[in-house]
Design a binder for this molecule. Structure first.
Ligand SMILES: [Ca+2]
Length: 259
């Protein structure tokens, strides 16, 4: 099931970027778009690395506490904040949830609040949520200023019982923007216990909305390779995004011969 949707279960410090030490919440994979790179496939580029940190209740004024009028905390005693004072940026939080009941319906809700600072461009800030590649961006004009927008994704759990969750925020202009994320919930049914099941190495689609999708689609399709596996050994396959490349992982003591 989903881990640490409340941002109360600790974090790991990321390698410093200058003086900045970002916090990767436990249970999540944090990444940001490197300055100079496209903001998730758009024509706009990141200009800086934003600060990605937990804000604890004690660091917020009374009106921003849990349950208060302008609450920035929706659950527990902390909230997750992503912000930059003057550079475009893009950030992703990702989590792979396994062990869900195949074929069942599940609902993910991700509340995100943007502080727009008098931004006039509705696309100046955007946020979005994807599950197994399905989802969409919502722009700042739709989100509103200092309002919790609850991204809701309802999906059918695939055969592998897995939900790849991707939460993204981006700021397009060299102007100040803050995002707060908290109170993430996944309503889902657990799958049957699978003690001896062969683990599946999952293809990671790295959902890239819009334009840079073609990298994934460039892979050659319709080809078959054959591989001979010694008896007593299992074969596990996965799909990668690398075109024209076959990656073979073998146990110790096994050598590979290319025919
Ligand atoms: Ca929280």
């Amino acid at each position: 099931m989903l881990k640490n949707g409340t941002f109360t279960e600790g974090w790991m410090d990321m390698p410093p970027v200058g003086n900045l030490i970002n916090q990767q919440p436990n249970g999540w994979i944090l990444r940001w778009v490197e300055p100079g790179n496209s903001l998730f496939g758009a024509g706009d580029k990141a200009g800086g690395v934003p600060e990605c940190v937990h804000k604890l209740a004690g660091q917020l004024p009374a009106n921003e506490q849990l349950g208060a009028k302008d609450a920035l905390i929706l659950a527990g005693t902390s909230t997750y904040k992503v912000f930059h004072a003057g550079s475009p940026f893009g950030v992703e939080l990702k989590q792979v949830v396994t062990g869900l009941k195949p074929g069942s319906k599940a609902t993910l809700v991700v509340p995100i609040l943007a502080v727009l600072y008098d931004e006039t461009d509705p696309f100046g800030a955007e946020s979005g949520v994807w599950v197994n590649g399905q989802g969409e961006w919502i722009n700042g004009g739709q989100m509103g200023n200092r309002k919790w927008h609850r991204h809701k994704v309802t999906f059918t759990v695939p055969d592998n019982g897995t939900a790849i969750i991707e939460i993204r925020v981006k700021s397009k202009w060299p102007r100040k923007k803050d995002f707060f994320i908290d109170g993430i919930t996944l309503e889902a049914k657990p799958g049957p216990e699978t003690e001896n099941e062969i683990p599946k190495i999952l293809p990671d689609p790295i959902v890239i909305p819009d334009r840079d999708k073609e990298t994934a689609e460039a892979a050659t399709t319709g080809q078959t390779i054959s591989i001979k596996v010694p008896s007593g050994m299992k074969l596990i396959t996965a799909v990668s995004n690398e075109a024209n490349t076959i990656i073979l992982v073998v146990p110790p003591g096994v050598s590979v011969q290319k025919s």
